[in-house]
Design a protein around this ligand. Structure first.
Ligand SMILES: Cc1cc2nc3c(=O)[nH]c(=O)nc-3n(C[C@H](O)[C@H](O)[C@H](O)COP(=O)(O)OP(=O)(O)OC[C@H]3O[C@@H](n4cnc5c(N)ncnc54)[C@H](O)[C@@H]3O)c2cc1C
Length: 307
């Protein structure tokens, strides 16, 4: 075979365009939209256009969301934890912060997805991935106490877990696992879901303890002594008697120090950490130092880094 014929016989290598993952996503509609007092933080819901239920999911899981008008150089969908309960699947709720400093040059550019989200409003189309994903789930542990530590919108999966457990408790009068939720923010205006979690915490039979902590109390007119002070990871450090790291000396409001002495122990607690990766790495180090199993199948420390 001549060289020319050989070339003709070789299968042609077609240069395939990388498929835009958004083509595999389904259309939903942005439904409710509400910002907190800090308007860079929102709680929003999506619904299917035909009003049917979303597929099943477990509390703690996330889905992928995207817009068609995200910049063409970054069409990737973003992961967002589901804050609603799988018991109500006619909508999905999310808790999200507008990322303002997405570029390392400090140019204050809004994030690709969250920038687009803040340009849209109720009634607009949003894309979602039908199959929820993620292993940040309660089924991975069995300890009776569930201690949840979140920074910022990392609270979302814990809202889903608490709502679902609350509903079961309303029906049966029993709370199989006890939740303690530490929510770290810079300012009190960023404490989403505070009222709902406080309401659940008022029922002693449910056993939920809600502990918001503010890391800049001195410059925060919304701060009250009903809230803890300091970063979430510093409260964990304080609990275990380790040197703390932030500018504010951590402080436990009310009887939280006693509650954590009872609940945050390697014998009885599973610990779920969600949000800022620095908080997670630091808290995980404290827990490992205190005798918690933090690796492998038997790990009692479960983590979800948001970036
Ligand atoms: C499993 C998983 C679940 C997530 N769930 C949520 C959620 O429920 N709510 C939520 O707000 N975000 C969540 N995120 C983060 C989310 O996927 C996006 O990264 C975020 O919305 C920013 O996207 P963007 O396109 O606007 O920013 P990009 O243009 O992609 O910029 C990314 C940069 O923004 C910063 N960043 C990302 N997320 C945050 C954040 N939450 N707070 C401060 N800075 C951040 C980081 O520096 C990151 O490198 C989750 C991430 C993962 C991996």
């Amino acid at each position: 075979m001549s060289e020319g014929n050989a070339a003709a016989a070789r299968p042609q290598r077609t240069v395939r365009k990388r498929r835009d993952i958004r083509e595999r996503m389904e259309r939903a509609v942005l439904a409710d939209w509400e910002t907190l007092e800090d308007e860079d933080i929102a709680i929003f819901t999506i619904r299917r256009p035909d009003g049917t239920d979303f597929p099943e999911f477990e509390t703690g899981q996330y889905t992928l969301l995207a817009f068609w008008d995200q910049p063409s150089d970054d069409p990737r969908p973003r992961q967002l934890s589901i804050a609603s309960t799988p018991l109500d699947r006619d909508f999905l709720e999310f808790y999200v912060i507008l990322v303002r400093d997405a570029l390392e040059d400090g140019s204050n550019t809004p994030g690709v997805f969250t920038g687009a989200l803040w340009r849209h409003g109720p009634g607009d189309e949003i894309l979602y991935m039908p199959r929820p994903a993620g292993r940040f789930t309660l089924a991975r542990t069995a300890q009776p106490d569930v201690v949840c530590v979140a920074t910022g919108t990392g609270l979302a999966p814990f809202v889903s877990m608490a709502r679902t457990a609350w509903r079961a408790y309303q029906e049966t009068g029993e709370a199989p696992r006890r939740f303690t939720i530490v929510h770290g923010v810079s300012y009190a205006s960023q404490l989403g879901y505070a009222e709902e979690l406080q309401r659940m915490a008022q029922d002693p039979g449910f056993g939920l303890v809600y502990a918001p902590t503010v890391s800049r109390p001195a410059s925060d007119p919304g701060y009250t002594e009903a809230m803890c002070r300091g970063r979430a990871n510093d409260l964990v450090r304080l609990h275990f008697g380790r040197e703390t790291s932030g500018r504010v000396d951590p402080w436990f409001a009310g009887d939280l120090a006693d509650i954590l002495r009872e609940r945050l122990t390697p014998e009885g607690a599973a610990v779920y950490l969600c949000g800022n990766p620095d908080m997670i790495a630091d808290a995980k180090g404290s827990l490992a130092g205190a005798g918690f199993e933090t690796e492998g199948r038997e790990s009692q420390v479960i983590t979800e880094d948001y970036w």
